[in-house]
Design a protein around this ligand. Sequence first.
Ligand code: BG6
Ligand code: MG
Length: 220
Amino acid sequence: QTKGFIFDLDGVIVDTAKYHFLAWRSLANQLGFDFTENDNEKLKGISRVKSLEMILEWGNITLPEEEFNKQMALKNEEYLAHISDMNASEILPDVEKTLEYLKNKQQKIALGSASKNASPILERVGLLDTFKVIVDGNAVTKGKPNPEVFLKGAKGLDLNPEACIVFEDSISGIQAANKANMISIGIGDSKVLHEADYVFKDFTEISEAFINKLIENENA
Ligand code: BG6
Ligand code: MG
C-alpha cells in the first residue's frame, strides 16, 4: 500500500522549537513579563500572528497595529539569527533514517508546517529535495488546529486523508491531524500529547515494525 507520511517541521524534523521559544520569551521579557515552558506548549504549531496575540494576552498588553507588526518582525529577526548557521547536525535523531526507510518502501512524504521559514530551513539542513510536497505557513489561511495544512498535504500527495499519517510535536498539530481523519503520531511528552493516536519520545523509539504496520493498515 501507499500511504502519505506528513511531517511537521519545528520540533519534529529539526530542533528549532527551542529557538522559537527563546525569541518569543525575549520579546515578552522586553515588554516586562515572562512565560513558562509549560505556556510555550500552547504556542507550538501556532502561526506567528496568533502566537503574538496569545503572548500579549498573557502579559495583559494591547499594542497598536504598527507596534504589533514591529514586534512580530523583531521576533522573526531574532529567530533568523538563531537559525542562520544551521546545518544537518540539527536534524533530530533518526529522522533521516526514518525518511530513508519510507522512501525505500515507496511511501509518499510531505511537509505540513505553520512556519513561513520552512523552505530555507529544509534547504540549510539538506532536506529540501526529500519533500516534493511542502505545505507551509505561506500556503494556508487557517492555522492548526484547523486541518487545512494537512488536508492540502494529502491533496498534494494525491491521497485520501485517511491514508495519511502525521508526525507532530504540538497539541494544535495533533488536533489538526485528528480533525483531518489522519493517524496522529505525537513526538514528545505523552502527557502533553495525550490526544495523539500514538506518542513517541523521538524517532529513535519508532521501530520499522511499527512503520510497516502503518503502511499495511487497511483502514484507508
Ligand atoms: C510552527 C512553530 O512550526 O511555526 C511555531 O511551532 C511558529 O512556534 C510557527 O510560531 C510559525 O513560524 P514562523 O517561522 O513563520 O514564524
Ligand atoms: Mg512543531
